[in-house]
Write a protein that binds this ligand. Structure first.
Ligand code: CP
Ligand code: NVA
Length: 309
């Protein structure tokens, strides 16, 4: 009742999974959602070290652990010595001695990697400036629920080439999906992530990075967007707005997609900016199922890295 090869492993990037592991994790997430799989992680303790705000990730990880019979400790900088400057290399080695698994939300990917290097227990990326793999697990679960499959579908992301775009690129390529990213010039996803994605796709599936949102949306089965200014970029929000306006998901852009297309957004959403109210609340939106799936997908990940029965 877990993905055996993931036992004891970290998830720092989507690229830490291979295609078979991704498929198995999504199948397990579906079984957890339906109640077919009922594993336990009794007496296991998850630590949450979050340096940025969070509703979905914090609550879904906490509830997942509660359902599995384990415990959660909220260890943000304000309640630990981290806030007073205790180095990560020391904090990681100490937390390793108490906890069974850690989920970390921070800025630099290198900070997460340092944690993972110094803590032997599994470390999970709960969002960095570079990636948000837990979100993409839930996104792919949502797409699979809708279409019954992932391979061969096209997912188009429009907006900022941020952490979401990076993990979406890798996740789609691993799932055998075509992936298109439409973003303003100068806001493309991370170059090394694009390279990794192309290597995974190996010319079997499309990887398109373009500045043209209409071209990217044409015929896609999934349209996806995220905020134009991520956490830590608040001061750029105003200056980015006019540049990103053509990348809004609205009824017009949606009309270019496949007639059965669904719309995803990791949330929190800014209505009237990256997505209109009518699309977010419209019949093609699956954002609430997507948010729910954070719980099931992360439960699948937790039981797997903890090696639960
Ligand atoms: N989508 C997501 O990660 O939401 P939170 O920032 O609320 O955790
Ligand atoms: N790109 C957003 C995602 C939030 C879930 C951010 O990093 O703020």
């Amino acid at each position: 009742m877990s993905v055996a090869s993931l036992k004891g492993r970290d998830l720092l990037s989507m690229a830490d999974l291979n295609p078979a592991e991704l498929q198995e994790l999504l199948a397990l997430a579906a079984d957890l959602k339906s109640g077919k799989a009922q594993p336990t992680c009794k007496n296991k303790v998850l630590g949450l070290v979050f340096s940025k705000a969070s509703t979905r990730t914090r609550v879904s990880f906490s509830v997942a652990m509660c359902h599995l019979g384990g415990q959660v400790l909220d260890l943000n900088a304000g309640v630990t010595q981290v806030g007073r400057g205790e180095p990560t290399v020391d904090t990681a080695r100490v937390l390793d001695r108490y906890l069974d698994v850690l989920a970390i939300r921070t800025f630099e990917q290198s900070e997460l990697e340092t944690f993972a290097h110094f803590a032997k227990i599994p470390v999970i990326n709960a969002l960095t400036d570079l990636e948000h793999p837990c979100q993409v697990l839930a996104d792919l679960q949502t797409v699979q629920e809708e279409f019954g499959t992932l391979a061969g579908l096209t997912l188009t992301y429009v907006g900022d080439g941020n952490n979401m775009a990076n993990s979406i690129l890798l996740g789609c390529a691993l799932a055998g999906m075509h992936v298109r990213i439409a973003c303003p010039d100068g806001y493309a996803p991370d170059a090394s992530i694009i390279e990794k994605t192309q290597a995974i796709a190996a010319e079997k599936t499309e990887v398109l990075i373009t500045a043209d949102p209409a071209l990217a949306a044409k015929g896609a089965q999934v349209l996806y967007t995220d905020v134009w200014a991520s956490m830590g970029q608040e001061s750029e929000a105003e200056s980015r707005t006019p540049l990103f306006q053509p990348y809004q998901i609205n009824d017009q852009l949606l009309s270019l997609a496949d007639p059965n297309a669904i719309v995803l957004h990791c949330l929190p959403a800014h209505r009237g900016e990256e997505i209109t109210e009518s699309v977010l609340e419209g019949k093609q939106s699956r954002v609430w199922d997507e948010a729910e799936n954070r719980l099931h997908a992360q439960k699948a990940l937790l039981v797997s890295v903890l090696g639960a029965d």
